[in-house]
Ligand binder design. Structure first.
Ligand code: NDP
Length: 403
C-alpha cells in the first residue's frame, strides 16, 4: 500500500490533503506533519468530516533532518510532499535523499535572510537524486507549476518553438479584510516587494517593483490592472526552452493592496533583518505575519474568481507560420470553499501539488533526478487538471500581445 507524507499544515496543505484523501487509491495512507500539530489535527478532522478518510498526524520541525528521516522511516512514506515554506526545501531534500524517497514542493528555495529565490541551490541536487534513484519535482503549484505544464503542452501540441511567453495571474476575489495576502504573508510580501525582472534577448531586465502596470481583460473576471513581477518559472522556462526571446510574469493587485504594501515597506514592517524591540530581537516581517489574517482562514468570506494562464507566441507545429495561444484556468473561490473549505489560491496550489505527487506515485514521472515541470511528460497531468477541479481552455489569439 502506498504511503504519503505531507509536511506543512497551512492553507495550501489544507486543499492538497483533502484532494489526496479523495484519491486514496493513489495516495494510500496519508500522514500530515508540521511544526504545530494542532493545525495538522484540524485538517485531519476536516478531511474525516468532508471525505470520510482517516489521516495520521505528527509534530515535525522540518529544519531537523534527522527527525524528518525518522518520520519518513516510521511512516514508510514513498514520497514527501513539502507544503511548508521555501526555507525548508533544502533540509527536506536532504532528508529525502538520506531516506531514499521521492520529493515534491511548490516553491523555490530561498534563504531566510535574503529575499532572493533562485533554482541554483535545488538544481545542484540533481546528481545526488539521480545517484539515489529518487525523483524531486520542483514547483508543482499553479505558478510555478501548471504555468510550466501549460507551456510544455503548447510545445507538444501547438507550437514548435516558443518565441515569447507571458504568464498572467489574476485574482478577482474579494473579502472583508482591509489588507490580506492570499498565501503566506511573509513569502508573499518578500516576493511582491522585490525588483521586477524579466527575460529578454538572453538577459535579465530589472525594473523597480510595481513600476510597470498594464490593464488586461481577463476571461471570467473582466479588466484588471496587472503588474510586471519576477517569478521563478521565468528562470526554469528560459533555461529549459532556450529559444524563448522574452518571458514575463504579471500579477493583478488592487490599489488598496499596493498602498498597504508600500506603507508597510516605508515604515520598516517588511524588513527581514532582526531589530531589537524592548530588549527582544524580532524580525519585523515575521511579527507582521502574526498580525495579518491567516490566508487559510479566508475561504468562507472570499468571493469571485481567479484566472491564471500563459500567452505564448511561436512557430506553429503544423508549419502554418507564427501563432499565439492563450491557455488558462478559471477558478471560483466559493466553489473551492464548498468542495474542500479553501479559497481559490490555496486550491489552485494544493490541487497541482496533489496531481504532481500522483504523477510520481502512478509511475509517470520516474526518471531519477531533480526536475521542473516543463521537463516532464504532462499528458496525464493535463487530464487530471480537467478531472480534479482545475479545467483548462486554450484559444488562439489574433497575434502576439501588444503590451
Ligand atoms: P502557510 O504559512 O499557510 O503554511 C505553511 C505551513 O508550514 C504552516 O503550517 C507552518 O507551520 C509550516 N512550517 C513552517 N515552518 C516549518 C518548519 N520549520 N517545520 C515544519 N513546518 C513548518 O503557507 P501557505 O500554505 O500559504 O503556502 C505553503 C507553500 O506554498 C509556500 O511555500 C508558498 O510559497 C507556496 N505557494 C506556492 C504557490 C504556487 O502556485 N506555486 C502559490 C501559493 C503558495 P505553523 O503552522 O507552525 O506556522
Amino acid at each position: 500500500m502506498t504511503k504519503t507524507l505531507v509536511v506543512g499544515a497551512g492553507g495550501v496543505s489544507h486543499a492538497a490533503v483533502h484532494k489526496m484523501a479523495m484519491n486514496a487509491d493513489i495516495f494510500g495512507d496519508i500522514t500530515l506533519a508540521s511544526r504545530t500539530k494542532a493545525k495538522c489535527d484540524a485538517i485531519a478532522a476536516s478531511v474525516k468530516d468532508r471525505v470520510g478518510v482517516d489521516i495520521a498526524t505528527a509534530a515535525l520541525d522540518a529544519m531537523d533532518v534527522a527527525a524528518t528521516v525518522a518520520l519518513i522511516k516510521e511512516t514508510g512514506a514513498d514520497i514527501l510532499v513539502n507544503l511548508a515554506l521555501p526555507y525548508q526545501d533544502l533540509k527536506l531534500m536532504d532528508a529525502c535523499l538520506e531516506a531514499g524517497v521521492h520529493y515534491l514542493d511548490t516553491a523555490n528555495y530561498e534563504p531566510e535572510d535574503e529575499a532572493k529565490f533562485e533554482y541554483k541551490w535545488q538544481w545542484a541536487y540533481h546528481d545526488k537524486f539521480k545517484e539515489a534513484g529518487v525523483v524531486a519535482i520542483l514547483g508543482s503549484g499553479f505558478d510555478p507549476g501548471v504555468t510550466s505544464v501549460f507551456a510544455k503542452w503548447l510545445k507538444d501540441h501547438r507550437l514548435k518553438t516558443i518565441r515569447q511567453i507571458d504568464v498572467l495571474d489574476a485574482n478577482g476575489g474579494s473579502n472583508d479584510q482591509a489588507f490580506a495576502t492570499n498565501f503566506n504573508p511573509e513569502i508573499n510580501l518578500r516576493e511582491v516587494l522585490q525588483d521586477a525582472k524579466h527575460w529578454e534577448q538572453g538577459e535579465w531586465k530589472i525594473t523597480p517593483a510595481m513600476s510597470h502596470k498594464v490593464e488586461f481583460d481577463f476571461p471570467g473576471i473582466g479588466p484588471k490592472n496587472m503588474y510586471l513581477m519576477y517569478h521563478e518559472e521565468l528562470e526554469s522556462l528560459s533555461t529549459h526552452f532556450p529559444e524563448i526571446e522574452r518571458a514575463r510574469f504579471w500579477m493583478t493587485f488592487g490599489d488598496a493592496y499596493i498602498t498597504h504594501a508600500k506603507v508597510l515597506e516605508n515604515v520598516g514592517m517588511t524588513r527581514i533583518d532582526p531589530v531589537m524591540h524592548n530588549g527582544v530581537e524580532i524580525i519585523p516581517i515575521q511579527f507582521l505575519k502574526t498580525l495579518l489574517p491567516d490566508p487559510g482562514d479566508l475561504g468562507a468570506q472570499t468571493k469571485g474568481k481567479a484566472c491564471i494562464g500563459d500567452i505564448a507566441t511561436g512557430e506553429a507545429l503544423d508549419g502554418s507560420g507564427e501563432k499565439t495561444y492563450y491557455i488558462y484556468n478559471i477558478c471560483d473561490h466559493e466553489e473551492c470553499y464548498r468542495e474542500v473549505g479553501s479559497q481559490a489560491v490555496s486550491y489552485t496550489t494544493g490541487v497541482p501539488a496533489m496531481i504532481g505527487a500522483a504523477q510520481v506515485l502512478k509511475g509517470n514521472w520516474t526518471e531519477p533526478g531533480v526536475w521542473n515541470m516543463e521537463q516532464l511528460d504532462v499528458e496525464d497531468f493535463m487530464d487530471m487538471l480537467n478531472n480534479h477541479g482545475l479545467p483548462w481552455q486554450v484559444h488562439e489569439l489574433d497575434g502576439p500581445v501588444k503590451f
